[in-house]
Design a protein around this ligand. Structure first.
Ligand code: SAM
Length: 320
């Protein structure tokens, strides 16, 4: 079975948000404000997440990324991971890394090897300005421990026009002696993040900053990959740039999403949401809903132009 849309794109990658609660208040995500968290009774329960994951795997999903909000703040996260760990699927997680060390043993046990950690600045004061929490050292040491234990770690950062050029260089230098991948993501518009195109530091600008000091080589990109990947000559690690705004890459998209309250989205920017959790709870046919949702996927960016007044939820509520 395959989840193919009207443009021939095969969907093999599902991102499941397990909570819209987060311990950070990132400027580019929530504009530094607190967001109302969905009442817990509306969150998918661990056995429901497992059931939905099994359904998607049966339909052709091969990789599941657990995300949020911040997935590691959910009290029953460990139970969810154990349940997903029993399924025949590749597992990955995106986290802000504060509670990462607590979960590394379990991740090893269940074979979850791919960890993306957000680290938006290498300067503790700037980090605090961006995320609103003084947890820089915890995140850094969580990343270090995961790298030393052999996890495949990617570091995500959202540089903006407010980011000093020196920081871009410092991110690139992180890859000098460590086999990590740093990925710089163009700031995307979502409900509540006060997006303005002029804030976006684009792929071309990031490359320009790095190339003024270093020689880089680029790697071929698979159609479903989001990041253009590069390496500075002589460096161990790589850096990637995710150019959703300046150069969208929707034609190879293989992703589907489920929000923490069990709604299926076929695109990060799409308005359409189908209530899988409601359907699961009242015994409706999940397969039909999923296939219809995939079939309705737009060619690009959910059928909307990227702008500050797009109709969508916040990133924290969709699941990054
Ligand atoms: N709490 C986890 C974390 O911090 O990684 C997972 C959720 S977070 C929403 C997932 C990713 O989305 C992070 O790498 C974050 O940097 C990114 N993100 C959030 N808002 C964004 C925006 N407006 N533009 C680009 N990336 C964004």
């Amino acid at each position: 079975m395959k989840l193919v849309d009207t443009f021939g794109r095969n969907h093999s990658y599902l991102r499941i948000s397990i909570t819209d609660a987060c311990n950070f208040r990132c400027t580019y995500c929530t504009s530094g404000k607190s967001f109302p968290v969905t009442p817990r009774s509306q969150w998918m329960l661990p056995h429901e997440i497992q059931h939905l994951a099994e359904t998607f795997i049966h339909l052709g999903i091969q990789k599941i990324r657990i995300t949020g909000g911040e997935p590691l703040v959910r009290k029953d996260a460990a139970e969810i991971f154990n349940r997903l760990g029993d399924l025949p699927v590749e597992l990955a997680i995106t986290t802000n890394g504060v509670f990462l060390p607590k979960f590394l043993d379990q991740f090893e046990k269940i074979g979850l090897n791919k960890i993306n950690v957000s680290l938006d600045s290498l300067d503790p004061l700037e980090f605090y300005r961006i995320v609103g929490v003084d947890d820089f050292q915890k995140v850094k040491s969580g990343i270090q421990e995961a790298v030393e234990r052999g996890f495949e770690v990617k570091i995500n950062a959202v540089p903006t026009q407010a980011t000093a050029h020196k920081e871009i260089i410092d991110f690139a230098l992180l890859t000098q002696k460590q086999n990590v991948e740093v990925r710089m993501i163009e700031m995307m518009p979502f409900s509540g993040n006060d997006w303005d195109r002029n804030q976006v530091l684009t792929k071309a600008e990031i490359l320009d900053i790095i190339q003024q000091q270093y020689t880089i080589k680029s790697f071929p990109k698979l159609p479903e990959e989001t990041a253009d990947r590069f390496q500075i000559e002589g460096f161990e690690g790589k850096f990637g740039i995710i150019s959703t705004v300046s150069d969208p890459f929707c034609s190879g998209c293989n992703r589907l999403r489920i929000t923490a309250d069990g709604k299926m989205k076929n695109c990060l920017f799409g308005k359409r949401e189908d209530d899988l959790l409601g359907a699961l709870r009242n015994g409706s046919d999940l397969k039909e809903i999923i296939l219809n949702n995939v079939w309705a996927k737009h060619a690009q960016t959910g059928g909307q132009l990227l702008s500050s007044n797009m109709e969508n939820r916040s990133m924290i509520a969709i699941g990054g």
